[in-house]
Design a protein around this ligand. Structure first.
Ligand code: NAD
Length: 479
């Protein structure tokens, strides 16, 4: 059993979870500890005890540790990427890319540890000086989803540590392997005991313990809206700081003047790659009249060439869905869309076994045309390789449709018109806007996050992460 990491020691859990390969459900990747609330309590206590010293550690100490962690992740990207693809089901190149991103994030925040910044200015009162500095928040609880098993943990853990916080990290149940591998690297990085703790376990047990414990000063959560609402309610009740990154129903507009090849590549990439299991996936294509039929024909042609197979096999374009429950949700939504009047233009077939006969959660990517904005397929997040198409009269209608959603994470447009691209960047109600690019696939050194029902609180990543992981102090001195 792979144990939890608490107070600088590897600690077996009272329960065990089995990590299964979605490309071949006969393949048991490993068994991992599952903590109970008492173990989570020990981790919070260890982090609380470690905080006073760690919050005063030098920038050099934090730089050295984060930089070394980044170096090891990058050096082991092929091996860690293989594990990630095996447990989550994204393709090997996608998984290696994610590991690379995690390594880059540690390097980025190593640098940020050296640049804490601050301001000095004269007071409005004579003889008084003002200093504005940032300090660590305290013990932070980090709760992550299964779809980016190493990058999302990295983009929470690295800034938390860089700015002197102590961490209790609770990964998603479905992907303990990448979380454990990352914790193992951190355990050898020179961090004092208790500064970083891994507590694998159920959301309703370990997660809730983090939400409700007064020693946990802040919660950074990425996951579904339903869980995010629980996080918010618990944190407000005890006035803890929190940030939420949640779902999306990200639109991509395709205008008549778009370069057809660019539009199709962007839509296929962001709709179906990583099996559509990205919060930034373009799941709603809003296509204007003049290009609609040509665009659909080109999409179907491109989709016919996509190979759905074992995530780790060379040549696979789309791996399996992560598990049986998510697969059920995907096929349910395809059924709902058809019942509501959508047309399945291509795909949406359940494949029981891959080309080698291995049983897995395979689904061919589905394109559903002739949908209307009020249909559930256009309002609710599916989180699978399922994309719907809405026909629009012109740019103005397309913009209105793209904003007609409770979510606001990413929004894209394919156009050769500078006028429309410029207008869209300003008027899309989303935290991230892409022009002639997939809505998924973002840089690691700039802010990530959304608005409306997709996100709550300060942005993650880049220098903007300081808003969450630090608290501002204003000091006045009379010399
Ligand atoms: P989820 O909400 O089911 O789980 C997320 C995490 O919360 C897991 O670690 C889970 O164990 C934990 N959890 C569950 N119940 C809890 C509780 N009561 N208290 C505390 N923690 C609890 O989400 P998921 O299925 O793992 O991930 C998919 C979702 O994540 C999708 O909606 C997707 O859009 C979203 N997501 C968002 C972003 C983003 O940055 N906006 C990125 C990736 C994924």
């Amino acid at each position: 059993m792979k144990p939890n990491y608490i107070a600088g020691a590897w600690t077996e859990g009272p329960h065990v979870s089995r990590n299964i390969n979605p490309s071949d459900t006969r393949d048991l990747i490993g068994e991992y500890a599952q903590a109970d609330a008492a173990q989570a309590d020990l981790a919070i206590a260890a982090a609380t005890a470690a905080f006073p010293a760690w919050s005063l550690s030098t920038p050099q100490q934090r730089f050295d540790i984060l930089d070394a962690v980044g170096t090891e992740i990058l050096a082991r990207r092929a091996e860690l990427g293989d594990l990630l693809a095996r447990e989550e089901g994204k393709t090997l190149p996608e998984a290696i890319g994610e590991v690379q991103r995690a390594g880059n994030i540690f390097k980025f925040f190593a640098g940020e540890a050296l640049r804490p910044g601050g301001e000095t200015m004269p007071s409005v009162r004579p003889g008084v000086g003002v200093e504005i500095t940032r300090e660590a928040v305290g013990v932070v609880g980090l709760i992550t989803p299964w779809n980016f098993p190493i990058a999302i943990p990295a983009w929470k853990i690295a800034p938390a540590l860089a700015w002197g916080n102590c961490v209790v990290f609770k990964p998603a149940d479905l992907v303990p392997g990448s979380a454990w591998a990352l914790a193992e690297i951190l355990s050898r990085s020179g961090l004092p005991a208790g500064v970083f703790n891994l507590v694998m376990g159920r959301g309703s047990v370990v997660g809730e313990k983090l939400l409700n414990d007064p020693r946990v000063a802040a919660i950074s959560f990425t996951g579904s809206v339903a869980t995010g609402q629980k996080v918010a309610a618990a944190c407000v009740a005890r006035m803890a700081k929190f940030q939420l990154e949640m779902g999306g129903k990200n639109p991509m507009i395709v205008l008549d003047d778009a370069d057809l090849g660019v539009a199709v590549n962007a839509a296929v990439n962001s709709g179906f790659f990583s099996t559509g299991q990205r919060c930034t996936a373009s799941s709603r294509l809003i296509v204007t009249e003049g290009i609609h039929d040509r665009f659909i024909a080109a999409m179907v042609e491109k989709m016919k060439g996509l190979k759905v197979d074992d995530a780790r096999k060379a040549g696979t374009d789309i791996g399996p869905v992560v598990d049986a429950s998510q697969l059920g949700q995907d096929t349910d939504y395809i059924g709902i869309a058809k019942t509501e009047g959508g047309k399945l233009a291509h795909g949406g077939e359940r494949i029981e076994t891959n080309a080698d006969g291995a049983p897995g959660f395979y689904l061919t990517p589905a394109l559903i045309t002739d949908t209307t904005p009020a249909m559930r397929i256009n309002r609710e997040e599916v989180f699978g390789p399922v994309v719907s198409v809405i026909r629009a009269r012109d740019y103005e209608e397309a913009l209105a449709l793209s904003n007609d959603t409770p979510f606001g994470l990413a929004a894209g447009i394919a156009t050769t018109s500078l006028k429309h691209a410029t207008h869209f960047k300003r008027h899309a109600q989303a935290g991230m806007v892409m022009v002639n690019l997939p809505t998924a696939g973002v840089d690691y050194h700039v802010p990530f996050g959304g608005r409306k029902g997709s996100s709550y609180g300060p942005r993650e990543q880049g220098r903007y992460a300081a808003e969450f992981y630090t608290t501002v102090k204003t000091a006045y001195t009379q010399a």
